[in-house]
Design a protein around this ligand. Structure first.
Ligand code: ADP
Ligand code: MG
Length: 228
């Protein structure tokens, strides 16, 4: 589902953000990406989203050669990937329903289907009752659940989450992680970047540890590796 071969990414100055990264992720996997700040985690996510292109190396996602992808094909490619960020990125002047429906409107899903789909995903994330609320009226945990609903409403085969619980308290962090686990059980391949040691150690998923742009460890049913 996701293949990286000898991927390098250098920015103009300093040491490379990614240094010869090779990685295979199968369909249906749940993978944590951990590592110090600056170790290249977000760069990896941005390469998968084709927000960045690598300096060298091969990236295949869902049978698409992401490096060779033509500009005009990027929007369609990105439809296959749901994304969640630390800062939620909701539309502030739209309510919960509209924030989620928007993801379907931009790909021209018929209104009748949108009206059926949105309540469905809002119940999945436990927000059916709050569909009329504006983001500012919601807690951080609720806002992230809206972002998650928006990320999955088009049923993407892949979901990427870059520190999705970075702004949340422990209770909301667990709720988001449990939702991600449930979405994964429904078949979505999931990559989660996180610093949360307790979560990573409890959930026993595949754990990829990065350090200075290099994958230093890749464990099945792994845990958080302490810095030396
Ligand atoms: P992480 O997400 O693990 O904290 P990043 O992938 O954001 O790390 O960054 C990895 C390295 O690449 C850091 O040294 C960072 O400063 C550098 N970097 C990231 N994005 C840019 C950019 N747009 N321009 C220059 N350097 C960057
Ligand atoms: Mg980052």
């Amino acid at each position: 589902m996701i293949i990286l071969e000898d991927v390098n990414k250098s920015f103009s100055m300093g040491s490379p953000a990614l240094n010869n990264v090779s990685l295979h992720i199968e369909k249906g996997e749940f993978v944590f990406i951990v590592g110090d700040s600056g170790s290249g985690k977000s760069t990896l996510i941005k390469l998968l989203l084709r927000e960045l292109t690598p300096t060298s190396g091969k990236i295949i996602v869902n049978h698409t050669d992401v490096v060779k992808l033509k500009h005009g094909k990027i929007p369609r490619y990105r439809r296959g990937i749901g994304v969640v960020f630390q800062d939620f990125r909701l539309l502030k002047d739209r309510n919960v329903y509209e924030n989620v429906a928007f993801a379907q409107r931009v790909i021209s899903v018929p209104g009748r289907e949108i009206r059926k789909n949105v309540p469905g995903v809002l119940s999945l994330v436990g927000l059916a009752e709050k569909y009329k609320s504006k983001p500012r009226e919601l807690s951080g945990g609720e806002q992230q659940r809206v972002a998650l609903a928006r990320a999955i409403i088009n049923d993407p085969p892949i979901l990427l989450a870059d520190e999705p619980t970075g702004n949340l308290d422990p209770k909301n962090t667990w709720e988001i992680m449990k939702l991600l686990e449930q979405i994964n059980k429904n078949g979505t391949t999931i990559l989660v970047v996180t610093h949360n040691r307790e979560i990573v150690n409890e959930m026993r998923k595949r754990v990829i540890t990065m350090k200075k742009g290099v994958i230093v460890s890749d464990q099945k049913k792994g845990g958080y590796i302490d810095e030396d």
